[in-house]
Design a protein around this ligand. Structure first.
Ligand SMILES: C[S@@+](CC[C@H](N)C(=O)[O-])C[C@H]1O[C@@H](n2cnc3c(N)ncnc32)[C@H](O)[C@@H]1O
Length: 211
């Protein structure tokens, strides 16, 4: 059943969700799983979906992000939106942070961004072109979690917000427990996580515990 609806999912959609959920878990828990072939597969999938991506824009889509930012009490500093797509979250992030960098592997997605305030960068999140410990707040909305790179670029007091806008029916999905376990397994620090729901969406914020 479609998240938030009563229509059955098509076979094609079910296969897509299953494949993306499989990749999401692999990437989160096995750093060797991301390969050039997999990057090509994912980039092609999202290049093909880019043209329709603005149809996702709605208050419901953005709300879990605003709820997560509020729960984190985050404001100011550098925000990195990883897997930003067409940058539906840009205005929300620019209103709260001093600098917003939006990164995506899909050139087709980035071409369709409106470019009001964020710096857009085409890059693979498995190798972020970002300095160590330089980011205050990382956003992953319906995006794979690369724990090694997130923990590398995050400041000691930084926070990661991981959001699944259709809950466990989200194609690129990790449970709140998976987010915590993946970060702890890869990170050089301990993470304290808080999770919540916003309608159908799940959000998790992970903050490095101060040593
Ligand atoms: C489901 S879309 C979400 C887009 C956006 N966060 C949103 O909520 O509208 C996932 C996005 O992540 C991007 N992506 C997937 N793997 C990536 C990677 N390794 N590095 C950078 N971007 C990636 C895709 O190109 C796509 O734009």
């Amino acid at each position: 059943v479609a998240p938030g609806g009563s229509e059955p999912e098509s076979d094609e959609r079910q296969a897509f969700i299953a494949r993306m959920q499989e990749v999401a878990r692999a990437v989160a828990f096995d750093r060797r799983s991301w390969s050039p072939d997999l990057a090509f597969e994912v980039r092609t999938i999202f290049d093909d979906r880019a043209a329709g991506w603005w149809t996702h824009r709605s208050p419901q889509y953005i709300r879990p992000l605003t709820d997560a930012i509020e729960a984190a009490g985050a404001r100011g500093g550098v925000c990195l939106d990883i897997g930003s797509g067409v940058s539906l979250q840009e205005e929300t992030l620019c209103a709260r942070f001093d600098r917003v960098i939006a990164i995506d592997i899909s050139a087709a997605m980035l071409r369709l961004a409106e470019r009001h305030c964020a710096e857009l960068v085409r890059a693979d999140a498995s190798a972020l072109p970002i300095l160590d410990k330089s980011v205050d707040f990382i956003v992953c909305v319906n995006m794979f979690l690369f724990p090694g790179e997130c923990t590398r670029v995050l400041r000691e007091t930084g926070t990661i917000a991981f959001i699944s806008t259709s809950g466990s029916g989200t194609p690129i999905y990790l449970s709140p427990e998976d987010v915590r376990d993946a970060l702890i397994a890869y990170g050089d620090s301990r993470f304290a996580t808080v999770s919540g729901t916003s309608g159908d969406a799940f959000w998790t914020i992970a903050r490095r515990a101060v040593r």
